[in-house]
Structures are given as C-alpha cells and as structure tokens.
Design a protein around this ligand. Structure first.
Ligand code: ZN
Ligand code: ZN
Ligand code: FE
Length: 762
C-alpha cells in the first residue's frame, strides 16, 4: 500500500482538471479525493504502489488540453483507508493565488452541438464546457467557482445541474454552464434601445448585415462593430462614423476554406487561426481574387483575419455566410464598450442595431493579433493569452510596472510569474486611464499581489508615469524609473529567457532618452539591470514636435533642411506641393529652434522616407507612413542588384552615430530621377538592415558579444525584420526576436518589471 498527497500548480482550474483526476483515479483503481484551493489543486490518493505511481504519471501525461501544469509536488502521507474517490469542496486559503485561464475559443464538441438538429443546445449562443468558453472575462475573484463569476445570477435548470454534478460529464463544474432554458439570452434592439420584432435575433441580425447595416455585437470581452466586408459603401460609412479614416479593420470568416479564398494561409498560420486562442492573424491578401472591399485595409497587402471563437459568432457567421468586418466597439482611442447601457450611449451614433445579451463582462478583452514569421509572434496580446503569465527565469519581487503610453499594458510580478495585462490601449484619455486603473486592481486581487515597488517610463508626461508617481507618493513603495529602450530590449530578453549581456537594437517611434532627447534608433549593450548606449541614429529636429509625427512631410523637411541645407530645392519632390506660406513658417521654426526637439527615432526616418517618396505625407493612425512604405516595397523583386543607399558611421562622444546625409540625398535624387517607388523603398529597407549589421559588427568587435536582441515597434515591419535577421545570421549572430510579448510598446511593462527587480536586488 502507498498513500500520497499531491499539489498541482499551473492553469489547472476551469479547464476540466478535477473530472480528469476523478476519471484517472477510477481507471487506475486508487481511492481518495481532489479539491481546488485558491493556490493549486490538491489530491490525496492511496492504493497499491504500482497503481498510485501510474496515477501520478498519468496526471502529467494525460492532462486535459487546456491545462498547463507548472509543477507537481508529491509527498507521502499516512493512508486513511478511503473506500472511494470524491471531489471535495473548494478551499480558499489567504494570500494564495492560482493562475486564471484566458477565455478559450469554442471547442469542436460544443460547435457540433449548436449545429445539431436534435441537440438541446441547438443554436444556443452561450454554449460552453470545461474545454472552452469564457473564463477571465467573467471572473472577479478566485477560486474559480460560479459564485465568483457573472454567471452567478443564472440558476441552472435540472438538466444543466445534472451535467454540472456528473464527474464524467464534459460540463462537470463548467462554471458558465447554461442552456436556452436557464442561461443568458440575446436581444436585438435598434440604436435607441427599442426591441426589434423577430423570432430569432441571430437570423435577423444576419439579415440586417446583408441589408448593409452596421451592427454592434456584445461579444466575449466587449462590443464589436460588424458589417458586410464586401460592401464598400457600408465599410466607408463605418469608417466615417467610427472616426477611423484608414486604420485597417479585422475580418471574421466562416471557415479556413473561406479565408483561403481571400488570403494566402501557411500551415503555421492555419494552426494559429484554429488554436484555442483563435487570434486575428495578419495574412497576405490576394487582392485580385478577393471581393473584400479595399477600404477594409486601404493600400495594405495584409488582412487581419480570424475565425469565429464563440457560439454566438459561429451561429451569426453561418447565418450571414459572408466575411464580416469585426472591429472593436469604440470610437478611435477609447476603450472597448462592455455594458449594454454604456454601448447604447457610446456607440449609438455608429451602429444601426445592437445585438445584446445579459451575461455581464468584468474584464474588457480585445481580440489578440498575431503574425507568423518563422514562428508566431504576438502583436497585440489580449483574448486567449492574458492573464496567463510569462514565466521568469528567476524569483521576482512583487512589482507593478506601469508601461508606456501607446498600446499600453502593465505588468505585475510575483515569484516566477510576470502577469502582463491584456492590451489596454493608448493612454491618452481619462476613459482609458480609468480602465487601466481598474484592471490593475483586478489583477492585484486575482493574483494576490501587493507590490513592494513601482516602475515606470522616464517620460514625465505619460499618464502611466503620472499614475506611478501618484501611487508611489501616497505609499512607501520603492520607485524605479526605467529608460524606454532598455525596457524594450529587456522585454525581448525575458521573452527569450536570456540574461545577457546582448547587443540591443531598439527601433521605434518615440522614447524618452536619458539625455532628454527623443530616442528611437538605439544600439545598446544591455543586461537585465543596466545598459550602455553605444550607438544611435543621428539627431534630427522634430519639426513642430508632435505635429511632425502626424505629418510626415514635416519630418521629411526636417531631414532635408538640416542635412542637405535650408536652400535645398524641393522641385521634383512631393513636398513642393506645400504652400509657400507653410514652408516659410516651418523654415522659420527650424531656424529659431522653436518646438524642435532632437530625435534619433528610426520610426521618424521611415516617416521621412515615406514622405519624400510621396507614399504617405500625412497619417491618420500610428506608423501609417512606415507601413505603407513597407507595402510598396513588396512590389519589387528582391534581386541582389537592388543595393543599399550610402550612409556614414561617425564616432561622437564615444558613440557610434549613423550619419544620414548621403542617404537622404540619394533618396531625393532617385525620386527626382523617376526611379519607381517600389525600388526606392526596397533600397531604403536594405539600407536600414545594412546599418544594423555594420553597427552590430562594430559593437561585437569591441565587446565580443554575439547575441543581438531586436525590439521596438519598427520591427513590426516584416520586410525590415527579415532583412535584418538574414544579414545578422549570415555574420554569425544569434538573433533574438519577440514571441509571446509584443515588440511594440505593449511589451514595455515586462521589460520594466524585470529591470526594476534587478536594480532593486542589486
Ligand atoms: Zn466546449
Ligand atoms: Zn439549463
Ligand atoms: Fe517604444
């Protein structure tokens, strides 16, 4: 006889773990019990030695698909003489925490049921089981029991209760379990809140979409706005009403086969689309064969595509049978709406009709966005991923890292876990700040974290930085300011579980530099707790500050005037279309240095190149000019005859500085000479890759470091990324790129948390 006490840590609650334990206990003929605690799952079993050993082995090897086991602890204990195996009441212990599962896309069993003629859940849009359904969006405390979720107000009917109580049922302790009789319901209303008379809200919604209407749909983590993606008129109307002139919309398709009619889909991309996380994946758009309205993603070669991930989406897509725009339910820049009243109030001017339901949402949760280069990379991390933590290679203090500004997230650390929040959004208004603060409190509560320190970006004007000061000054938390690009590089290191030192190449739009300038084209030698800036792109005046970011033609003028001289003729360049009075004013501004901070930003260099070539001179969403420049290059065959432009590397104050005069002059010459834009763009991308290569070789020569970490939003540029990785690998570098954490500012909070931990622990 043998008896053991087992503790299982990881994502083991809300994923069908206890019924699984129950089943294998019976299979292996052991007795005892299993229970959830707020820290882990506890099991006690006894039986013949061989039976107990094989039970323990099966715990690991046969765990349910959604479980993620971090650690199993087995200790012997005195046998109690149990006669059967039971599932005991959950136990909540003070201070302990457990991982919370993200929301999971509808599993194949549930999908089958909702389309099956005789099933009692036929066409039921809130069907779920222990293998799928809402989790994080409906929970406000642990342990994960129905009473701690927004399902608490629905009393299960007899049939549902029977499933819930049956350890061998797929719905055993499925907390959101529900059916037509007892669960949440849909309702269809117009934009004044008046009910629309119909027998079936889903079928009626599908009809409205066919009729060219815009629908607000209450989804999993908030409202989405939907319309027919093949109808140019309604897509443009949605743009106008949502005040989103050109930022691309994501689409939902009924199936992979349907996506393949519009996009090229690789094997890895298919796997990702069909995964339990079911993110939006950016796919190569087959423009010629696709009838998706070009206005969905103007001038872009990629479509953001996803598959239905809730029963509601499955049913609606199947009824509608057309690709739908499925974009977040907000005005640009605001958080996604989640409550019914709130949505009617905020989105009434955008949507014609509202498909509502009465299962409340605690956590706003946007769709995640991924790309597949060699491996999947997360660009926006939310649904399906958060709040599952990133695993750290060391034991961390409890730290709150506040992040940066755009695409912001925060990060809370405890032990080996870094809980990066779901994508919060651009921290530029009070609504987003409020959402951010509430979400910080939710994570602190769920994971029982009481920060000892708070870390933040050095930029004094970021709302997240101001929040950090407010919290820090009203408590005795230790405060750790962190430089933006150091945080980028360390987030990439942590994402790859590498301690460094590495050569860090941080290319982005804007980050507050240690010298007060705006950095963004940075070469660092970085460790987890410190860094040296060893190189950068040369400083250029940001003509008119923020305005230069929205108007890349100003950036172009800043480069041309400061590098080639103020009298450089603009003829033959798209910039000569500017009025002489505006040009005069800008020139005066530059001369006097009025609102012209210095920047080494790589993002701004892309903007300038985009404007000088006439690809994009004004933008309406972040990085638009750079993205459109990248798209143009794809028209060019990547032949070896397309050589990079010239540039120089100078040494200034002990730093390697990339001098850009020759580059800008050469681009202007090509534009005047009528060289195709596609070729100029490809040459420009090659030039950027060549800069990275030369500087990394030089740093490596001095330091002996052969590992390069690439981070910063500019590396969302897939062409640049490919060229840089290829050339660095040819030179024998090991290249680290992002995986689970975005390379853009959404990854900053992780970097900050890791840095602060090392700064404080010395
Ligand atoms: Zn299911
Ligand atoms: Zn029921
Ligand atoms: Fe950044």
């Amino acid at each position: 006889m043998k008896a053991v006490r087992i503790k299982v840590n990881g994502v083991v609650q809300g994923v069908g773990f206890r019924p699984f334990v129950y089943r294998i206990a019976h299979e292996h003929g052991v007795t005892g019990w299993v229970r959830n605690t707020s820290g882990n799952v506890e099991i006690e079993v006894e039986g013949k030695k061989r039976a107990v050993d094989s039970f323990v082995a099966a715990l690991r090897s046969e765990a349910p698909p959604l479980a993620r086991i971090d650690h199993i602890d087995v200790a012997s204990c005195p046998p109690q003489g149990y006669t059967g195996f039971e599932i005991r009441e959950s136990l909540s212990a003070a201070g302990e925490y457990q991982l919370v599962s993200p929301d999971i896309a509808t599993c194949s069993d549930c999908r089958r049921e909702i389309f099956e003629a005789k099933d009692r859940r036929r066409r039921y849009p809130f069907t779920n089981c222990t293998n799928c359904g809402p989790r994080f969006t409906i929970i406000d405390d642990i342990p994960y029991d129905r009473a701690n979720t927004t399902m608490r107000k629905f009393r299960m009917c007899k049939l549902c209760q029977r499933e819930y109580d049956d350890p061998l049922n797929r719905r055993f302790h499925a907390q959101p379990n529900a059916c037509q009789v007892c669960g949440p319901r849909l309702s269809l209303v117009d934009n004044k809140g008046n009910p629309v008379a119909c027998d079936d809200s889903l079928a009626a919604s599908a009809q409205l979409l066919h009729d060219g209407k815009i629908l607000a749909i209450r989804g999993l983590g908030g409202f989405q706005l939907a319309c027919d993606a093949t109808d140019v008129k309604v897509v443009k109307l949605l743009r106008k009403r949502k005040r989103r002139p050109s930022k691309p919309f994501a689409l939902m398709f009924t199936s992979i086969e349907e996506i393949e009619k519009h996009c090229l889909v690789s094997k890895k991309e298919k796997e990702l689309l069909r995964s339990p996380e079911a993110p939006i994946v950016l796919l190569k758009w087959k423009h010629k064969e696709s009838n998706v309205a070009p206005a969905v993603a103007d001038r872009l070669n990629y479509l953001g595509a996803m598959l239905p991930y809730t029963p509601l989406h499955h049913l609606l897509m199947s009824d509608a049978g057309i690709p739908l725009v499925m974009t977040s339910g907000n005005f640009s820049e605001e958080p996604i709406a989640k409550d019914n009243d709130e949505a009617l109030r905020r989105l009434g001017g955008i949507a014609d009709y509202f498909l509502l339901h009465d299962r409340d949402i605690y956590a706003r949760y946007d769709d995640s966005v991924c790309i597949v280069e060699r491996e999947p990379q997360t660009v926006r991390r939310a649904r399906g991923y958060a709040p599952y933590p990133i695993k750290l290679g060391f034991d961390s203090m409890q730290i709150l890292a506040c992040g940066a500004e755009l695409k912001n997230t925060f990060c809370l650390t405890k032990g080996r876990h870094a809980f990066i929040s779901q994508h919060i959004g651009d921290m530029e208004n009070a609504e987003t700040l409020e959402h951010y603060e509430n979400t910080v409190e939710l994570y602190k509560q769920l994971f029982r974290i009481e920060p000892e320190a708070i870390t933040y970006d050095m930029h004094p004007e970021y709302l997240a930085t101001k929040y950090a000061h407010r919290v820090g000054e009203s408590s005795d938390l230790r405060m750790v300011p962190v430089q933006h690009h150091h945080a980028h590089i360390v987030s990439c290191m942590a994402d790859n579980a590498v301690a460094g030192p590495v050569i860090g190449v941080a290319f982005d739009g804007t980050g507050y530099g240690a010298d007060g300038a705006i950095w963004g084209g940075e070469f660092l030698v970085a460790e987890l707790g410190r860094f040296d800036r060893v190189g950068h792109l040369e400083y250029i005046p940001l003509l008119g500050g923020e305005a230069a970011i929205k108007k890349p033609y100003r950036m172009a003028l800043g480069y041309i005037w400061s590098l080639l001289g103020e009298d450089t003729p603009l003829d033959g360049l798209p910039l000569n279309k500017l009025g002489s009075s505006e040009l005069g004013l800008l020139k005066q501004q530059l001369k006097r240095g009025l609102n012209c901070p210095s920047t080494s930003s790589a993002g701004r260099l892309f903007d300038a190149a985009s404007a000088i070539t006439g690809v994009c001179t004004e933008i309406s969403y972040e990085a638009q000019a750079a993205i459109e420049l990248e798209m143009v290059a794809e028209g060019e065959r990547r032949s070896r005859s397309v050589k990079p432009y010239p540039f120089d590397i100078a040494e200034q104050d002990g730093l390697r500085v990339v001098k850009l005069e020759k580059l800008i002059a050469a681009i202007a010459k090509d534009v005047r000479g009528g060289v195709p834009t596609s070729r100029i763009s490809l040459k420009f991308h090659r030039t950027m890759a060549q800069m990275v290569r030369e500087i990394c070789l030089s740093i490596s020569k001095d330091t002996g470091i052969k590992v390069v970490a690439l981070s910063g939003g500019v590396f969302q540029n897939r062409l640049l990324m490919r060229l840089v990785v290829e050339s660095l690998e040819t030179d024998g570098f090991k290249v680290l790129t992002h995986r689970d954490v975005p390379c853009n500012d959404g990854g900053i909070s992780l970097g900050q948390a890791v840095i602060a931990n090392f700064v404080l622990s010395g």
